[in-house]
Design a binder for this molecule. Sequence first.
Ligand SMILES: [Zn+2]
Ligand SMILES: [Zn+2]
Ligand SMILES: [Zn+2]
Ligand SMILES: [Zn+2]
Ligand SMILES: [Zn+2]
Ligand SMILES: [Zn+2]
Length: 228
Amino acid sequence: MEYKHFSHQHNLTLYRVEPGQQFQCNGCHLPCQKDSIFACWMCSFFLHEHCGNANRYVKHPAHAPHPLVLMVAPTYCSATFLCNCCGRPGTALSYCCPLCEIDLHVPCAYLPLKVSHVNHPHELFLRLGSQITEAPTQYCKICSNEVSCKYWRYVCDKEECDFRVHTFCGTTEVNPSQYVDDEPDSEVQAPASDSAPTAEDVLAEMFKIQMQMQMAQQLNQMFAPPKN
Ligand SMILES: [Zn+2]
Ligand SMILES: [Zn+2]
Ligand SMILES: [Zn+2]
Ligand SMILES: [Zn+2]
Ligand SMILES: [Zn+2]
Ligand SMILES: [Zn+2]
């Protein structure tokens, strides 16, 4: 069975990774050590199953006002993005809101909302990043490095525990089904249906809104009464 992914020109086959084998995912640059991957053997192009199956856009609770659109490569001049979840750079697939410059690695966009960790008796909940810069420095209970409140982390709800860990220290689990729309628009399995808007439609619409906002701003400035 062959699959087509929008980020690669050849067909891909699903391959079950054998113990001891390791590939690197071209979508998120993390290793693929278990489960199945999509592979183009000719190009040594590999995708985690969850990266290959990632929806072209998601409605993410971390960014409710706009859908996040799956991009093949960052649109920034630097050709890298800084993930709003884990704070690490990325150069390949990302979920992006071009209006607000939100960028997420695919696995970061699909982190489970709560996890349990062997090092802690209570469940840990995903906390999103905030812009508060006054908070005291906090440290990850797994790796002991700083946990910036700008980025996402897993936190125990009970204040007396004072337990928090980096997302990448707390879990390697991803859950691609959690933000799926009622009509899944999975690029790998089926060609886009004619009625559902494609990612390109959504992007085009968003750029249109952005242009309109800029024009409105410029008009406002042109016609604003002179300041004294
Ligand atoms: Zn991946
Ligand atoms: Zn190829
Ligand atoms: Zn990330
Ligand atoms: Zn946005
Ligand atoms: Zn850590
Ligand atoms: Zn606790």
